[in-house]
Design a protein around this ligand. Structure first.
Ligand SMILES: *[C@@H]1O[C@H](CO)[C@@H](O)[C@H](O)[C@H]1NC(C)=O
Ligand SMILES: *[C@@H]1O[C@H](CO)[C@@H](O)[C@H](O)[C@H]1NC(C)=O
Ligand SMILES: *[C@@H]1O[C@H](CO)[C@@H](O)[C@H](O)[C@H]1NC(C)=O
Ligand SMILES: *[C@@H]1O[C@H](CO)[C@@H](O)[C@H](O)[C@H]1NC(C)=O
Ligand SMILES: *[C@@H]1O[C@H](CO)[C@@H](O)[C@H](O)[C@H]1NC(C)=O
Length: 257
């Protein structure tokens, strides 16, 4: 029996809980925080982070239990390289340090690709991701890699005209090399938008012609997709609030909006 199970057994066996045992039990299940790292497809404004964390900018409600700190440090227009060079990574690191120092289990999602693909081959992003994963772990937090949200650009036969595949594959490769969890948002978001079709997919656009960024409904849908994936990756451990009807729509390829 693990120390934690022993404490829980002791707690349930006795109505008279010793303060030290209680402190130990509380310490065994520390509160959880999230820090989001990435480009505009995660950022507050046009990314899925709003539907995951909640956002006063877009008016999204969070997919997380009230009081769960969720710090969206993702930035528009960044690659893994510019995110570091322009000082945004330092801000992410400061946020992670702060949460770990408070004794919170801190999960750090990292999603790049949309801008990396414009400047370098996938391996360049991969090397930068590897460094990020190592730094997150050195800070005492849990890195979770996320493959790129698809653009909602369709071919005439109704399939997505994807160009992000090699960057999604690189993300998965780094996750395997570094033994991190990975959420395959790229494949799942392609499958979902192909199922609901171009008209419904484009209703999730921030602006009619912007197939990359999300409006409030789009971030609700893809924030939920990420919340369900991360929850499934750490079963029973995360303060994700279920939304069974939205999850049903997503998993059955039904347009919610
Ligand atoms: C980031 O991009 C989104 C989507 O284009 C936009 O809504 C938001 O205002 C931008 N944020 C900043 C800080 O420029
Ligand atoms: C990765 O980081 C290096 C600097 O360490 C930079 O030169 C390179 O452009 C970055 N790659 C991407 C895809 O941003
Ligand atoms: C749709 O078109 C693309 C590009 O021509 C092709 O690769 C793909 O197999 C087609 N898919 C279907 C389901 O017709
Ligand atoms: C699920 O989809 C149906 C049909 O489009 C819609 O009426 C309903 O509001 C959706 N539910 C959620 C929670 O989005
Ligand atoms: C979001 O969906 C609701 C319900 O279908 C709709 O009334 C609203 O106009 C949509 N918002 C945007 C920005 O499209």
């Amino acid at each position: 029996m693990s120390a934690r199970r022993l404490v829980l057994a002791a707690l349930s066996a006795s109505a008279f809980v010793l303060p030290s045992a209680l402190a130990l039990a509380v310490k065994a299940v520390p509160p959880t925080s999230f820090v989001l790292v990435g480009d505009s497809t995660t950022a507050n404004g046009g990314g899925w982070g709003n539907g995951f964390c909640g956002s006063t900018i877009t008016g999204n409600i969070a997919s997380l239990a009230p009081g769960t700190l969720c710090i969206n440090t993702a930035r528009n227009g960044t690659t893994t390289g510019t995110f570091v060079a322009e000082g945004f990574w330092d801000a992410s690191v400061a946020a992670i340090k702060g949460e770990v120092a408070k004794g919170r289990r801190t999960y750090v999602t990292i999603q790049f690709g949309h801008n990396d693909q414009k400047i370098a081959p996938p391996e360049s992003m991969g090397a930068n991701l590897t460094a990020m994963v190592k730094q997150v772990r050195a800070l005492g937090a849990e890195p979770v890699l996320v493959t790129s949200l698809t653009r909602r650009s369709f071919r005439s036969n109704g399939t997505v005209a994807d160009t992000l595949g090699p960057w999604a594959d690189e993300m998965i490769l780094i996750a395997q090399q570094q033994s991190t969890h990975v959420l395959d948002l790229h494949v799942a978001s392609i499958k979902y938008v192909e199922a609901i079709g171009p008209d419904a997919a484009h209703r999730l656009n921030r602006l009619p012609e912007d197939n990359t960024h999300l409006n409030v409904n789009g971030t609700t849908v893809f924030g939920r997709m990420v919340a369900d994936f991360i929850s499934a990756s750490f079963p029973g451990q995360l303060p994700v609030i279920p939304n069974p009807t939205l999850t049903f729509n997503i998993s059955h390829g039904i347009a919610s909006f």
